[in-house]
Design a protein. Structure first.
Length: 275
């Protein structure tokens, strides 16, 4: 089976959580996706994800987790981190390296703060530790479009805010197609996750993170701002910072060297120690 991929699900105390797994390496790696999870979970994406991140498949067994399916109103990024810790326990993952992208990075911050024994190395990509005007404006715009049922407008705004201008110009023809094919039955999960992003605040506790940390940011991030990455790197003891000064929020897809840089960090600084 290519990349030893698997689509799975877990029954947690708080609800049902979809996840995927791929790779055959000895080290566990957890990936936490962004706010897009509110529109579509990782369910059924094991093979395309395995292909996209195939560079990790030899050194790691990679897990990507959605948030629980039925999110209650008021659920926070800290609640989601607690769910993530339980999911790791259910899969007998004692400790893993963790990559959090955007909202996934917010959850990863709380995971590293509240459950330090579960996090080896930590990669926080295009994320924020607390609300800021750019993040608030992005969330407000997306929620407004979703409440109006304008999914095509939501996809256009998403493409415009997340990706570079060049990428937007080349791919904006896809917006009407995405607007028709990707509209969810309900925006409930999206609204709850969007509010969790808008109210996320772990800034004062970043100094408690013990994991070797790489912070990756984009200087032209129109979703939450490049300054958010600088702030995180300054507050986590010993954190490394990798800025892409001319890239935006979607650098994890646009930067050709992104996977290689992350892999280099995860494989550097000594050997992995089993618990």
């Amino acid at each position: 089976m290519p990349y030893a991929h698997k689509n799975g699900s877990l029954e947690l105390t708080s609800g049902h959580m979809p996840y995927i797994r791929f790779g055959t390496g000895p080290r566990p790696l957890v990936m936490l996706p962004g706010l897009g999870d509110g529109l579509r979970s990782v369910k059924g994406t094991a093979l395309p994800m395995a292909f996209a991140y195939r560079a990790f498949a030899k050194a790691f067994t990679v897990y990507a987790f959605s948030r629980i399916t039925d999110l209650p109103p008021g659920y926070t990024t800290r609640n989601m981190a607690r769910d993530q810790a339980e999911a790791m326990d259910r899969l007998e993952i004692g400790r893993a390296d963790v990559i959090g992208i955007s909202m996934g990075g917010m959850i990863a911050q709380h995971l590293a703060i509240d459950f330090p024994e579960k996090v080896g190395k930590l990669v926080l990509t295009v994320t924020a530790s607390r609300p800021n005007p750019i993040l608030t404006a992005s969330i407000r715009e997306w929620v407004s479009l979703a409440r109006e049922g304008d999914h095509t407008g939501l996809m256009e705004s998403n493409l415009r805010r997340i990706y570079s201008q060049d990428y937007y110009r080349k791919n904006k023809w896809l917006v009407p197609i995405l607007g028709k094919l990707t509209k969810p039955r309900s925006y409930d999960r999206f609204f709850i996750q969007a509010e969790a992003c808008r109210t996320h605040d772990a800034c004062a506790h970043l100094c408690r993170i013990q994991s070797p940390t790489l912070v990756v940011g984009g200087g032209l991030d129109n979703t939450l701002g490049g300054e958010a990455s600088l702030e995180i790197a300054n507050r986590i003891p010993g954190a490394r910072l990798q800025m892409y000064p001319f890239m935006g929020h979607g650098l994890y897809e646009e930067a050709g060297d992104f996977n290689r840089r992350i892999l280099d960090f995860l494989e550097s600084e000594g050997d992995w120690e089993e618990e």
